[in-house]
Write a new protein. Structure first.
Length: 454
């Protein structure tokens, strides 16, 4: 299951990975970020941290849109708890005490979870205390007889009257009158303070880790389409424009490609196919298992001779990719291939059209007619091939005709060609008979084949 988690000051990256191995860690969510994540083939989203001011906050509608795509969306601790309380009726999954407090109306203010924090470069370190953690800390102190009821109320009042960016224990204690109980409470804080947001985030991540086995897409069945308002269309256009923005180094690479127009056109057409296939994958909700992604990884590493970890790391560096980005690209490639494979019957008329326009149809037809004439009725009896015969045919075809290793998954190979496994065996059997009959070059070596246009 591919999972994305929006987190920052509430919980660190290492702890997220420890509790939810393999999660894609994203910074605190702003407007459009959940929508962008949902477009990347994500199965579940965990919303912990999000921006409250300075950056537009994550929209309710983009969360609803994600759930419309069948994505499980969890919320906890901070912005996630707020949005989950507001959208739980539609299927967003809220986790933790803070979520429950918002859902019940025990707390209602946004500033209860707001904190001042350092920038991303410094790890989103919290620079103030969230009110929910102050409440939890005071509750623990009162339960342990460190504070009485009046003293607890005084601490909460001192904290609540301060602007959220100025809520630190140092400032709060300074606002209280000097007293023995204040000093006792200050000393107790060094070991007794509660990080309520972190605890709730931990609970949510632990629940997400078991979600594939125990959960379902949403707690409520909600599949109505999001209304395409002008504001929503604007967010979609902005998000897609940002996805298409390029780094200067990447622009220079494309400029080099443009200097060879034929090569540029070939890669542009492949890119168009990939773009449309991924769009269809998102629309139809195609999801791939881990075994498919591993097969894609093995195929790519074999194709580029990336057998050793050192070679793979050098390749990633040369291509400007991190390991996470590489995995994401492989996932997109697998999704694109799955869409194309599913569309094979519908693509065949267009495939013939492309052959005709490229001038490759006539040569292939001459060869197909010759093969039909030589193999019709005179080859082998119409009985299924034995396993040993199949292995011989497969070895001959891949080693003698294609000069490559036999694929590990022949069923997947046949599917990529738009046929079933039995049809594939029959295809190479007829090719073998034709090759033996006229000693001509096999189809893969034909000068008229479409594969020459690369």
């Amino acid at each position: 299951m591919k999972v994305a988690v929006f987190a920052g000051p509430t919980i660190g990256a290492d702890e997220v990975q420890e509790l939810l191995p393999g999660a894609v860690l994203l910074p605190p969510a702003g407007q459009g970020d959940v929508y962008r994540a949902a477009r990347q083939g994500i199965d579940a989203i965990g919303l912990i941290d999000g921006y409250f001011e300075g950056v537009p906050s994550v929209w309710h509608k983009e969360i609803l849109w994600a759930m419309e795509q069948g994505i499980a969306v969890f919320g906890s601790a901070s912005m996630g708890a707020l949005r989950a309380a507001e959208l739980s009726a539609f299927g967003m999954i809220g986790v933790g005490r803070i979520y429950e407090a918002y859902a019940s109306g025990a707390i209602i203010d946004d500033d209860e979870v707001a904190v001042l924090h350092s920038p991303a470069e410094l790890g989103y370190t919290p620079l103030s205390e969230p009110m929910v953690s102050i409440r939890a800390t005071v509750e623990r102190a009162a339960g342990g007889s460190v504070l009485d009821t009046a003293q607890a109320t005084a601490v909460l009042q001192a904290a609540k009257t301060r602007f959220y960016q100025q809520r630190t224990w140092k400032q709060i204690l300074a606002d209280l009158p000097a007293s023995s109980w204040r000093d006792r409470f200050a000393a107790w804080l060094t070991t007794g303070a509660v990080d309520a947001k972190r605890e709730d985030a931990q609970e949510m991540l632990a629940r997400m880790a078991t979600f594939p086995d125990t959960g379902k897409a949403t707690d409520a069945e909600w599949r109505e389409q999001v209304e395409q308002t002008l504001a929503w269309q604007g967010l979609v256009r902005l998000a897609e424009a940002q996805e298409c923005s390029l780094q200067d180094a990447d622009r220079r690479v494309l400029d080099e490609l443009r200097l060879v127009p034929e090569r540029y056109a070939a890669f542009r057409n492949r890119a168009a196919l990939r773009f449309l296939a991924l769009k269809e994958a998102r629309r139809s909700g195609i999801q791939l298992g881990q075994e498919v992604l591993l097969a894609q990884l093995n195929s790519h590493r074999q194709a580029h001779s990336l057998f050793r970890s050192r070679n793979l790391l050098m390749w990633l560096q040369a291509n400007g990719l991190t390991a996470a980005q590489y995995e994401a690209e492989l996932g997109k490639a697998a999704q694109s291939a799955a869409v194309v494979s599913a569309m094979q019957p519908e693509l065949e008329p267009s495939l013939l059209s492309e052959l005709r326009l490229a001038g490759a149809y006539a040569g292939l037809k001459v060869r197909a007619d010759a093969k039909e004439e030589k193999t019709a009725g005179g080859g082998q009896p119409d009985i299924p091939m034995q396993q040993a015969e199949r292995l011989q045919m497969v070895a001959w075809y891949f080693e003698n005709c294609l000069h490559q290793n036999i694929p590990e998954d022949l069923e997947a190979h046949a599917a990529d060609l738009g046929i079933g496994t039995e049809e594939f065996f029959e295809l190479i059997r007829r090719e073998f008979l034709y090759h033996q009959g006229c000693k001509t070059r096999p189809a893969s070596g034909s000068s008229d084949e479409a594969g020459q246009d690369k």
